[in-house]
Design a protein around this ligand. Structure first.
Ligand code: TA6
Length: 291
C-alpha cells in the first residue's frame, strides 16, 4: 500500500546550465534558473507537452527558444525604443530562487527579481517581479509585478508558451473563434476568424480582450492541451512557418511543423497600468488530456 504521492525538487545541470527538476505523481517539469524558464513539462500518459529548440543551450547570453520564455516588462519590441531587447529584460538573465516547496500537493519553485536587480538603462521604473512554477496535476506558472515606484507603471507581458505537437496539419486551436486580433503580419484594423484556427502558413496574432481558456487539439496525437488563465486578456498565437524558421536558425529541421505558440499575455491594447504600490498577477495553467 503506497502512501500519497510526494513532490520533489532537485537542482541539476541541464542544457549547459543550472535547472530545477520538479517531480510529482509521475509528472515532471524542468525549470532553468536562466530566465526562470520552464524548458519541459511531461504529464504521465501524455509525454512531453512543450516544444524546445534542438539547439537549446543555456549560458550563451541569448534566450533559449522553447518551453515558456518570460516576456516582461514589455511584449515584442520596446514600445518607445526599438534598440532595446525584444520581449523585455528578463528572459535570458539569471533569476534568484526565493523559495521551494515539495509535499503531497506537488512541487513548487519561486523566483524573485527586486527593483534593484532590474534597475538599468532600459527600465527607468521601480518595480519587482516574482515568478512561481507549480507542478501538480497540471503546470501552473504565475508572474506578479509590484509597482514600488511613485509613478504609474504600464506593463505588457507574456508567458510565451511553445506547445509540442505531432504535426501542424493535424492540429486545431479552439477558444479564439470570432475573437478580435491584431495581425502582426498585416497590422491595421482588428481582424476576426470564425472557425477554429487551422494553421497553414505563418501566423502571428495578438488576440485582444480574450480572458478565457485556449485549447490546442492534436488529432494525430489524440490529445488536447488546455491553457486556462487569470489576469490575462490577450492570447498570442504564433507559428513562424518555413521562411521565418529558416531566418531564426534555431527551429531545427521542419521545427515549425512540431510546435505552436499559445501565449498567455497582456499585449497590444491590453496593456496593464499599475498605480504606485499596486500589483498584478498573470497565471497560466497548462494541462493535457487524451481525446
Ligand atoms: O510571440 C510572437 C513573437 O512576438 C513573434 O513576432 C516572434 O518574434 C516570436 O515572438 C519570437 O520572438 P523571439 O524574440 O523569441 O525570436
Amino acid at each position: 500500500m503506497t502512501g500519497p504521492a510526494a513532490g520533489s525538487i532537485a537542482f541539476e545541470e541541464r542544457y549547459g546550465g543550472p535547472a530545477a527538476v520538479l517531480a510529482y505523481d509521475g509528472a515532471r517539469a524542468v525549470v532553468a534558473l536562466q530566465g526562470a524558464q520552464v524548458l519541459s513539462y511531461e504529464q504521465p500518459g501524455l509525454g512531453e507537452l512543450l516544444w524546445l529548440s534542438p539547439m537549446a543551450a543555456l549560458g550563451t547570453g541569448k534566450a533559449v527558444r522553447g518551453g515558456i520564455p518570460v516576456c516582461w516588462p514589455w511584449f515584442g519590441p520596446h514600445p518607445q525604443d526599438g534598440s532595446h531587447p525584444a520581449h523585455g529584460l528578463v528572459r535570458a538573465r539569471p533569476w534568484p530562487v526565493s523559495a521551494t516547496r515539495a509535499d503531497t500537493k506537488g512541487a513548487r519553485i519561486s523566483f524573485a527579481l527586486t527593483a534593484g536587480d532590474l534597475a538599468g538603462p532600459f527600465w527607468p521604473h521601480t518595480a519587482s517581479v516574482t515568478l512561481d512554477v507549480e507542478l501538480s496535476n497540471a503546470l501552473t506558472v504565475s508572474i506578479t509585478t509590484r509597482n514600488e515606484g511613485t509613478a504609474p507603471l504600464t506593463l505588457t507581458q507574456a508567458l510565451h508558451t511553445y506547445l509540442r505537437i505531432s504535426d501542424i496539419d493535424g492540429v486545431r486551436v479552439a477558444g479564439l473563434e470570432d475573437v478580435p486580433f491584431i495581425d502582426q503580419l498585416d497590422p491595421g484594423e482588428l481582424k476576426r476568424e470564425q472557425p477554429r484556427v487551422h494553421i497553414t502558413r505563418e501566423v502571428d496574432r495578438i488576440y485582444q480582450d480574450q480572458p478565457g481558456r485556449v485549447t490546442l487539439i492534436d488529432l494525430p496525437a489524440a490529445r488536447r492541451i488546455t491553457i486556462a488563465k487569470t489576469g490575462s486578456t490577450s492570447s498570442v498565437l504564433w507559428n513562424p512557418w518555413i521562411e521565418k524558421s529558416a531566418r531564426l536558425g534555431d527551429m531545427g529541421e521542419n521545427g515549425y511543423r512540431r510546435m505552436v505558440c499559445i501565449e498567455t499575455a497582456n499585449a497590444g491594447h491590453d496593456a496593464v497600468t499599475l498605480r504606485p504600490g499596486a500589483r498584478h498577477t498573470l497565471v497560466a495553467r497548462i494541462s493535457g488530456e487524451r481525446l
